[in-house]
Design a protein around this ligand. Sequence first.
Ligand SMILES: [Zn+2]
Length: 419
Amino acid sequence: MFRFTTAVKGIAIDLDSFEESFESWNEIISEFNCLFITSSQEKKEIVESLLRAKVLLTNQFARNFIPNPEVQRKVLLMLNVQESELAYLSANLRFMDNALTFYSCVIYVANETLDYEKFPRLPDLVCNNLSDVKAFLTEGIVSYLGEECFSQDMMKPSAAAVPILEIHCDEDEILLISLGRYYGSKTYMQQLHPYSRILFLNKKKDGKAFRTYDEEFAKLLSETVKTYLKEYSDCICSVPTRKGDINRFDIIVERIAQENKLENISKQFVAKRAYGTQKLLSYTERQENVKDAFAFEGNLAGKRVILLDDIVTTGGTLKECFKTLKAAGAAEVYFLVLGVNQKEIEYGIANQPRVCCPICEAPMMLFVNATNHRLFYSCMPCSHTNGYEKEKEKLLVRINQEFAQIDEIANEENFDMPI
Ligand SMILES: [Zn+2]
């Protein structure tokens, strides 16, 4: 699922960020309700005459600050869609970042692999080109693999994208493949993002849902390895656990290894010394914390290794593992994770949406039933519960109404002025 958008009914295109020819937009506008945003009068005229599409003209100065609430409002009116029905399409990082402050979905078009350091928060979908955009949207692929599988249609992945990023470790660029995004407890999304909650609850040792999703994760990870990594790798291991801890990836790694005919080298990859939890540490502290913490007991000469971990936050642990595996002779290392931690950014939304208890109005928390895997909201103070789908739908209606109200007030302004 996109963060809020369930069906894309309108696309706002950040035209100035694209180098594609005007004609290449035909495949998108023939299928979708589109609006082009540009700061160029010349481009505006071409789009209007050649493509016969709607255009929103902005001024050059405002370029770095869009989309902003003003642009969002105009876009919604011109496309005649609601906030939860709109997708922004851009190839510009700053535009994408601004667009992510709205509930609308954000599709990023990247010609090259995303640089992990530059993406503290990921867009809702990454595509390589316009044909991909069209294919994804027409096939109804609306998010990353893990997020898709653990939303309403549990474990029925039609097809979905996986975020592929690149992490720098000194001179090396290491590929990082993730099943989706992870929103921590400090972002409002943790209340609205089933995948994040499932990641969290599945690893919460004293919780009812502890490890109830291992089977599903194993299946998805194995599929991902098969699609993206099998050809390029020889062996697989997970990040070593601290001494005395059970490695909850043991069974998962073994299954991936067997299904993809890879060597399971987890037992040889160990933690040399105790190290504290990485939680609450800064990037530099994290690097220090795991420095020289691992050892590989064996020889990896010429081997290509897949390294599995659950959530990547700064990449500190992965990088340290990389150094150890490289020192043991590994020719290539690939990172495979369940989620990329979306940094604790408040998403710039002033009134953060909340699912609140209909009885006592306290914010509710998202849980999962360990037996039937159904998602539900629960209120701590009064124990009232309700289904995930129902509450989320009510929230969407509320969000869309709130924006519509702002619309009515702002509507009286002059509409023809460039923004
Ligand atoms: Zn309550």
